[in-house]
Design a protein around this ligand. Structure first.
Ligand code: ASP
Length: 584
């Protein structure tokens, strides 16, 4: 028996009990005539005590030679400590060791394995298995497991069945590049790893499974923008005989359940916001509604004067920054530099100070009088003491820029409290999205999303105006998940694919199996998927998902611990009938 108790378990009530513990040596304090060791395992830390008078000499000697991260087993008696440590649950006791067994030695670890570590990101990623011994990472993984467990509890008690779907499949169009796997047995042919189980879960509905879910890995070969992983986990769901309302209710229930069970937070019914309103009021389809600072469109109150910058703009739009009139000229100049950074891309920023005496002072006083500026304040909701910041330009661009500014200012103002949860549904997304570079439309969600009833005819005349039965769940400015009611008849699916630029042959080659299935009594169906990694990070009050993933990739998509990706040898290439044509 390696242990009778774990390292987080013993209390004063265990005094005078003989125990056996196993774990890692976190630290040794050797005072010569007495030695203290912190013994760690997943459950906590217990102090081991060796003293000259009571511990056999040979054991004293062995103990003094133990290094950090040695794995040991000890037997001993639980005694109450003379000086207690109120900071740890086992702080009232220590174990007076009578037997010591070294189970394994350890090299000196490359960083300290304590809550506060001296290890930088790279070294901790390389030795991730050591990092996992630290509380911040360990606790994040335990937290993730709790969330996953609650998801399973909720969905299975609502009649959902967890079904696994394959990883070696063919392209699923979720808008990213596929990771591909060459097939040895089918020369020159490749599997694609699923960007999501989308088509399979629809086939499960045709198969009559009715309510499906799966906690599943998805793979997308995208440029890794901040905090994305090439493989990530979804809570993937699909339901048959449902309308949008049914799906929103089930998954609002799931989210509420998680907030309650995991965070102890009760949330009111989630607000619903039309996509068009989200874009108009927040410049963003995943608005953070923990705070106000809604956009005010100012075309009508700015384009009547001689100010060319505004007159030539498609959209003039502003926000009120609470208390922003206290910013010095220099601070405002810095803000202007901030919006002009290439990542934001604004050409400049106009501002108007709302003075405490009710007057205004703007950077464009030459063009606008007090009455004009009063209207800017009124439309953006600015009060005395606030600052109105105004951007102008092409609608889509300027909305994105002002949204970035809004989020930045809110962060600086401390308005994005991670302990406050503000979920909402954003609904009625456009069906299609114009790719400005190619001039073609893609599916905004994916090609299986159904247009709103009666809108299919619009596809020919005003494709950009067609709305979909598609929805996203947004939490604190993050898209937690999204889904849609699907097309379930072959004819509509064919029209949709045609509009997305698929020839009949391409559509057949790529999605023939789904269109065929639709000819055998496909029920109306819909679903959604939540991103588990991000959901867990937000519930855990963190911004980054990496700590909640046991073995994450770095920003260049590498696993630096196992050193992947890596070349394969010539023999393997030969077997796969592949030749490399490297560009560098
Ligand atoms: N497959 C979709 C996604 O990965 C989710 C859905 O439509 O259910 O975003």
């Amino acid at each position: 028996m390696y242990r009778s108790h774990n390292c987080g378990e013993l209390r004063a009530s265990h005094s005078n009990t003989e125990v056996t513990l196993s774990g890692w040596v976190q630290g040794v304090r050797d005072k010569g005539f007495m030695i203290y060791i912190d013994l760690r395992d997943r459950y906590g830390i217990t102090q081991l005590y060796f003293d000259e008078e009571r511990t056999p000499k040979a054991i004293m000697e062995q103990a003094s030679k133990l290094g950090r991260e040695f794995v040991i087993q000890v037997k001993g008696n639980v005694i109450e400590r003379a000086s207690k440590n109120p900071n740890i649950p086992t702080g009232d006791i220590e174990v007076l060791v009578s037997e010591l067994n070294i189970l394994n030695s350890s090299l000196v670890p490359p960083f300290t394995i304590e809550d506060k570590t001296d290890g930088g990101d790279d070294v901790r990623m390389k030795y991730r298995y050591l990092d996992i011994r630290r509380n911040p990472v360990k606790n994040s993984l335990i937290f993730r497991a709790k969330v996953a467990q609650e998801v399973r509890n909720y969905l299975s008690s609502d009649g959902f069945i967890e079904v696994e779907t394959p990883y070696l499949i063919k392209s699923t169009p979720e808008g990213a590049r596929d990771f591909v796997v060459p097939s040895r047995m089918n020369e020159g042919q490749f599997y694609a790893l699923p960007q999501s189980p989308q088509t399979f879960k629809q086939l499960l509905m045709v198969g009559g499974m009715d309510k499906y879910y799966q906690i599943v890995k998805c793979f997308r070969d995208e440029d890794l923008r901040a905090d994305r992983q090439p493989e990530f986990t979804q809570i993937d769901c699909e339901m048959a005989f449902v309308e949008q309302e049914d799906i929103l209710n089930v998954f609002e229930g799931l989210t509420r359940h998680l907030l309650k069970e995991v965070n102890g937070v009760e949330v009111e019914k989630f607000p619903r916001m039309l996509y068009d309103d989200a874009m108009r009021l927040y410049g963003n389809d995943k608005p953070d509604i923990r705070f106000g600072m809604e956009f005010g469109e100012l075309n009508a109150v700015t384009q009547h004067k001689e100010f060319g910058v505004f007159n030539n703009a498609e959209l003039v739009v502003g926000i009120a920054v609470p208390g922003g009139n206290s910013y010095t000229r220099k601070e405002i100049d810095k803000l202007i530099d901030w919006v002009k950074r290439p990542q934001v891309g604004a050409l400049g920023m106009i501002y108007s100070r709302c003075n405490d005496d009710g007057t205004y002072k703007s950077s464009v006083d030459k063009f606008y009088d007090q009455d004009d500026l009063a209207k800017w304040a009124e439309i953006t909701g600015a009060k005395k003491g606030d600052l109105v910041c105004v951007l102008s330009g092409d609608t889509n661009k300027v909305r994105a820029q002002l949204s970035a500014l809004r989020m930045e200012l809110a962060t600086r103002l401390g308005l994005r409290d991670p302990k406050v949860f503000a979920p909402l549904w954003v609904i009625d997304f456009p069906l299609l999205e114009l790719d400005e570079e190619t001039g073609h439309y893609h599916a905004m969600h994916h090609p299986f999303t159904s247009p709103k009833p009666g809108q299919i005819e619009l596809l020919d005349t005003n494709p950009g105006d067609v709305k979909a039965n598609a929805y996203d769940l947004v939490l604190n400015g993050n898209e937690i998940g999204g889904g849609s009611i699907r097309i379930h008849d072959k004819k509509t699916q064919a029209i949709m694919l045609k509009h997305l630029g698929f020839s009949e042959e391409d559509a057949r080659a790529q999605f023939g199996f789904l269109m065929d299935a639709f000819e055998y009594g496909a029920p109306p169906h819909g679903g959604l998927a939540f991103g588990l990694d991000r959901l867990v990070a937000i519930l855990g009050g963190q911004e980054t998902i990496r700590d909640f993933i046991a073995f994450p990739k770095n920003n260049s998509g590498r696993d630096v611990m196992i050193d992947a990706p890596a070349p394969i040898d010539d023999e393997q290439l030969e077997e796969l009938s592949l030749k490399l044509n490297l560009k560098s």
